[in-house]
Ligand binder design. Structure first.
Ligand code: NAP
Ligand code: GFB
Length: 323
C-alpha cells in the first residue's frame, strides 16, 4: 500500500468485530507508521439516519476526515431477536448503510469496506454457497429484514462504482464469535448465548437449556481471524465484488458439537435440548475458495481453541460483558 498514511474510521468499533480489529491494530502491529485509526460507538454518532443524525455523522466525518472506512455498525443479533424484529432490522440497517456510504462519498473517502453476512444468501440454493449467489433468491425467513438490507450494500457499492468510480467493497463473514460478543440469553448469537447459559447453569447446578434440536450446521470464525482478514481487505483487496471470510466447508459442524466444546471449556456436564424453540436455517455452507485463491496460507484459529479463549475472556470479564 503506497502513498499517504491512511486515516481509518471504523464504524461499530465498540462491538465484537470492532474490538477485534482494535486489538489487531494496537496489539499485533496492524497500524502502520503515520496511520490514524478511530473506533466509533453509537454514543459518538447515532448512524440511523434522520436529519438530526445525518448531521451527527457528517460532524464525525468532519472531525476525523477519514480516507478509509471500515463499516461495521449495524443492528445485530441472534436468530430469536431477528424473528421478533425483522422490520426493525431492515429499517435501521438500510438507514445506517445509506447514511455511511453517502457521507463517505460526499467526503471523498477512497475506500469503504462494509460487512455483510452469510445468512443473506438464498435459503434454497446449491452448496457450497459462493459470492456469485447473493441475489439468487429469497433469504431464510428468520432474518429477511437484515438480509435484504445487507444485500443492498452490494447494490449500493455497484452504484457508487458505476456512477462515481468509487471503490467501495464488502466482506461476507460466516458466524463470528470471540471476546466482547453479546452474551445476552435472548438476543445473543448461539455460541455467546450458550457460553453465558453454561456459566450460569454450572454456578446454579441446573441443566443447560439448548434451544432447538442441535442439528443445524454452522461454520464459526474467530473474531481475531476476521479482524486480520479485514486489514488485508482494506490494504490489498481491490475488487468491488464482495468476498466470503470463512473457515473451510470441512469445518462446518452441528450446533450440538459446538455445545460440547463450550461444556468442555467451562467444565460442565448436563445439557438438554428444547425442541419447541426454532432451529432457524438448517445449513448455509459457504465456500472460501475465493479467499484461498488470494490467501492460500492463512491460518484460522481452531474452533475448540477459540471457544476456550472466549469462555476464559467471559469468565474473567463477566462484570463488563454484554449479558
Ligand atoms: P455488535 O457486537 O453488536 O456491535 C455492533 C456495533 O454497531 C457496536 O459498535 C454498536 O455501537 C454499533 N451500532 C449499532 N447501532 C448503531 C447506530 N444506530 N449508530 C451507530 N453505531 C451503531 O456486532 P458485531 O457482531 O461486531 O457485528 C459487526 C458487523 O459484522 C455488523 O455489520 C454485522 O452485521 C456483521 N456480521 C456479524 C456476524 C456475527 O456473527 N456477529 C456475522 C457476520 C456479519 P454501541 O456499542 O455503541 O451499541
Ligand atoms: O447464531 P444464531 O442465533 O443465528 O444461531 P443463525 C442459531 C442456531 O443456534 C439455531 C441454535 O439453530 C438455534 O436453534 N441455538 C441453540 C441457539 N441454542 C441457542 C441459544 O441459546 N441462542 C441462539 N441464538 N441460538 C444468524 C443470523 O443466523 O447468523 C444473523 O440471523 C447473523 O443475521 C448471524 O447473520 C451470523 O446462525 O441461525
Amino acid at each position: 500500500m503506497k502513498g499517504k498514511p491512511m486515516r481509518v474510521l471504523v464504524t461499530g468499533g465498540s462491538g465484537l468485530v470492532g474490538k477485534a480489529i482494535e486489538h489487531v491494530v494496537k496489539q499485533e502491529g496492524g497500524c502502520l507508521e503515520g496511520e490514524q485509526w478511530t473506533f466509533l460507538c453509537s454514543k459518538e454518532a447515532n448512524l440511523v439516519c434522520s436529519a438530526r443524525d445525518l448531521q451527527q455523522t457528517r460532524a464525525v466525518f468532519e472531525k476525523y476526515r477519514p480516507t478509509h472506512v471500515i463499516h461495521l455498525a449495524a443492528k445485530v443479533g441472534g436468530l430469536y431477536l431477528h424473528m421478533k424484529e425483522n422490520l426493525h432490522f431492515l429499517r435501521d440497517n438500510l438507514r445506517i448503510n445509506d447514511n455511511v456510504l453517502q457521507t463517505s462519498h460526499e467526503r471523498g473517502v477512497t475506500k469503504v469496506v462494509s460487512c455483510l453476512s452469510s445468512c443473506i444468501f438464498p435459503d434454497k440454493t446449491t452448496y457450497p454457497i459462493d459470492e456469485s449467489m447473493i441475489h439468487n433468491g429469497p433469504p431464510h425467513d428468520s432474518n429477511f429484514g437484515y438480509s435484504h438490507a445487507k444485500r443492498m450494500i452490494d447494490i449500493q457499492n455497484r452504484g457508487y462504482f458505476a456512477q462515481h468510480g468509487r471503490r467501495y467493497t464488502a466482506v461476507i463473514p460466516t458466524n463470528v464469535y470471540g471476546p466482547h460478543d453479546n452474551f445476552n440469553f435472548e438476543n445473543g448469537h448461539v455460541l455467546s448465548a450458550l457460553m453465558h447459559k453454561t456459566y450460569v447453569a454450572k454456578k446454579e447446578g441446573t441443566p443447560l437449556q439448548v434451544w432447538g434440536s442441535g442439528t443445524p450446521r454452522r461454520q464459526f470464525i474467530y473474531s481475531l481471524d476476521v479482524a486480520r482478514l479485514f486489514l488485508w481487505v482494506l490494504r490489498e483487496y481491490d475488487e468491488i465484488d464482495p468476498i466470503i471470510l470463512s473457515v473451510g466447508e470441512e469445518e462446518e459442524l452441528p450446533i450440538k458439537d459446538a455445545v460440547e466444546m463450550i461444556a468442555d471449556a467451562l467444565d460442565f456436564k448436563g445439557q438438554i435440548f428444547d425442541t419447541s424453540k426454532s432451529d432457524g436455517q438448517m445449513k448455509k455452507t459457504a465456500s472460501n475458495a475465493k479467499l484461498r485463491r488470494y490467501l492460500p496460507d492463512f491460518t484460522f484459529t481452531p474452533l475448540s481453541e477459540g471457544i476456550k479463549k472466549t469462555c476464559d475472556w467471559f469468565v474473567n470479564n463477566y462484570d463488563i460483558a454484554r449479558t
